[in-house]
Design a protein around this ligand. Structure first.
Ligand SMILES: [Zn+2]
Length: 236
């Protein structure tokens, strides 16, 4: 049966044809966010199948991490960078939810989600949230929750606004992320002995995720932490 929502989507795409954000070709009526070809060619990391993968190595010796995985590789020069740009800056939070659903479904057979009690999105500072209107990590978290049934809890808060990360070098970004996040009071009461998945859109230096993991680990020493991002900058 064709839903009214679907009819409206199709009608909208006749008025304003939607194009694939990666290759810019018009999408078919059954392609919602990306064309089939670009989805098939998405440069997957396969981190979820690799012991001590590159992302886990990034945190080794800094904070105890159970598992870490990213869905696809991200390079600024790649057409796939458009996915992250649309998600963050072009009011496309549903794209994040959909990509996370694809990732969660792909990774589920590996057992990567087993034993995780809560999903915690990396928070945006309130001023940034007001400007953007949404936290993309919240949508990514909801995408994983939709597949796994694990509840999403907004149990981290951002301590202070920070200027754009993009113009800073690696060391400055590492420094500015320190002490930026705090667990909420509700978190402290419920996280003893639990396993949480911290979720963000991209991992580059790992500074943001490290700061979140450190904040939780300091507050709840027996917590277990895993990490997920949609994309990983080529770590080389
Ligand atoms: Zn495409």
């Amino acid at each position: 049966m064709i839903s009214i929502k679907r009819l409206l989507q199709d009608a909208t795409s006749i008025i304003m044809p939607r194009n694939c954000p990666v290759c810019d070709k018009p999408l078919d009526s059954d392609e919602r966010f990306m064309c089939r070809k670009c989805q098939m060619q998405l440069p997957l990391t396969h981190f979820h199948e690799i012991d001590f993968n590159l992302m886990e190595q990034l945190f080794a010796g800094k904070v105890p991490i159970e598992r870490a995985a990213a869905y696809f590789y991200y390079e600024k020069s790649s057409h796939y960078a458009a996915l992250l740009h649309d998600l963050k800056y072009r009011n496309q939070p549903q794209l994040g939810r959909w990509l996370a659903q694809q990732a969660a479904t792909l990774m589920q057979p590996s057992g990567i989600w087993n034993g995780i009690d809560f999903i915690i999105p990396v928070p945006l500072h309130i001023s940034k949230l007001a400007k953007r209107g949404y936290n993309q990590s919240q949508y990514i978290a909801q995408g994983i929750a939709g597949v796994t049934g694990i509840p999403v809890k907004p149990w981290l808060k951002a301590r202070q606004a920070h200027s754009s990360q993009t113009r800073k070098d690696k060391f400055e970004r590492m420094q500015s992320a320190q002490g930026m996040y705090l667990p909420t009071k509700a978190a402290l009461a419920q996280l003893q002995g639990k396993h949480v998945l911290i979720v963000d859109d991209v991992v580059t230096t790992g500074a943001t995720l490290l700061s979140c993991a450190e904040a939780l680990h300091e507050a709840v020493p027996d917590i277990k932490i895993s990490l997920f991002t949609l994309a990983a900058a080529r770590l080389d």
